[in-house]
Write a protein that binds this ligand. Structure first.
Ligand SMILES: *[C@@H]1O[C@H](CO)[C@@H](O)[C@H](O)[C@H]1NC(C)=O
Ligand SMILES: *[C@@H]1O[C@H](CO)[C@@H](O)[C@H](O)[C@H]1NC(C)=O
Ligand SMILES: *[C@@H]1O[C@H](CO)[C@@H](O)[C@H](O)[C@H]1NC(C)=O
Length: 324
């Protein structure tokens, strides 16, 4: 075939296209949210003079083939729109609206409860009568994508603490929950806090793995993530947060977190303070107070302190030390 012949063939096809009815299919919005409402799948047609539409089929790609799921009629045929056998899975989740004119109009499937199985390719076929008799024309393909409705993790992060958590021990925190569709993940954050509960250090752990399995009967994913932390003294009273990372949901939402974690650590930072602080004391002068303090969890009780005097000949107070 010469190049010239190809040119002629293309012109012929486009001439037929101009003469013919125009059929379009569109989903609004094109992304449905599981369980939520108001997605319209609309098949529109514009016939030219001399053509009129008799019926219309919205098709969905099921197991690799486009099959009619709903049949629509124009006023020239007095039937209500119906779901076909292949479209039965939509029962009680959609309403169908027939077009009202035979020339320029649309047929509508309104989804009022979106399910995973609505994520499909759709087409529309319009049966019409024209100068050449009865025939049909098809639209292009429209896609409906489904995404989830993200939730918080199932519960606050779980960790084994029955025996108490000692300093330097490794603690595994586990978080599970719906990470949705398209599949999200978990991120972890630990917050070290002072004894008043105010955050003094925030550490995010972004690269901890989330494994996910598709949940039975849904298209969303149940994720699991585990964070291992070596607990230090400063982690006493810290909280550990597990957060769902899903599309553009900002940090600070969709999380669950532990209460303050009790980390046991041995006594340290034993210190004596003296009041009033003056360099020398005159014998028989007013009393001075010595205070012994220490860090430790659990805290040292009063009876846990013993005072010693290094020398009973000197009055230099700095020579007193205290021990737990
Ligand atoms: C069409 O639907 C309406 C409303 O549900 C009903 O009243 C009518 O009988 C139906 N007509 C046909 C032909 O099925
Ligand atoms: C995810 O799986 C865990 C156990 O593997 C289960 O305890 C949890 O309930 C599941 N979460 C959801 C949202 O199904
Ligand atoms: C120090 O105290 C001990 C025990 O109470 C006593 O035996 C000793 O004599 C004292 N030493 C001086 C220098 O006071």
């Amino acid at each position: 075939m010469s190049a010239k012949n190809i040119h002629v063939v293309i012109v012929l096809f486009s001439l037929i296209g101009i003469e013919s009815i125009n059929v379009q299919i569109k989903a609004t919005p094109a992304e449905g949210i599981l369980g939520q409402t108001s997605l319209l799948l609309r098949c529109s047609y514009t016939a030219v003079t001399g053509e009129f539409v008799t019926g219309l089929y919205i098709q969905a790609k099921i197991n690799g083939r486009f099959k009619s799921i709903a049949t629509f009629y124009t006023p020239s045929v007095p039937f209500n729109a119906t779901l076909t056998t292949d479209g039965n899975y939509l029962s009680n989740r959609v309403t169908l609206t027939n077009p009202t004119t035979t020339s320029t109009d649309s047929a509508i499937i309104q989804f009022y409860q979106i399910a995973c199985e609505d994520e499909k390719e759709y087409m529309c076929e319009v049966a019409y009568a024209g100068s050449g008799g009865s025939t049909s024309a098809s639209s292009g393909v429209a896609n409906i994508n489904i995404k989830g409705n993200p939730e918080e993790p199932d519960r606050e992060p779980v960790y084994v603490s029955s025996a108490g958590i000692g300093e330097d021990s490794n603690v595994v925190f586990t978080c599970t929950g719906n990470v949705d569709k398209p599949q999200g993940r978990f991120r972890w954050v630990s917050y070290r806090r002072n004894s008043n509960g105010a955050t003094i250090q925030e550490t995010p752990y972004e690269s901890v793995t989330t494994t996910a399995v598709e949940m039975q009967g849904t298209c969303t994913f149940n994720g699991t993530s585990q964070l291992t932390l070596k607990m230090e003294q400063l982690d006493n009273n810290a909280i550990v947060r597990c957060q769902v990372v899903y599309q553009n949901i900002p940090h600070g939402f969709l999380y669950r977190q532990t209460d303050g974690i009790n980390v046991y650590y041995s006594v340290r930072n034993v210190q004596v303070t003296m009041s009033p602080i003056i360099p020398t004391f005159v014998e028989g002068a007013r009393p001075i107070t010595l205070t012994c303090t220490s860090g430790g969890n659990p805290a040292v009780t009063n009876t846990g302190y013993t005072w010693y005097k290094k020398s009973n000949t000197s009055v230099r107070l700095g020579t007193y030390i205290c021990h737990q």
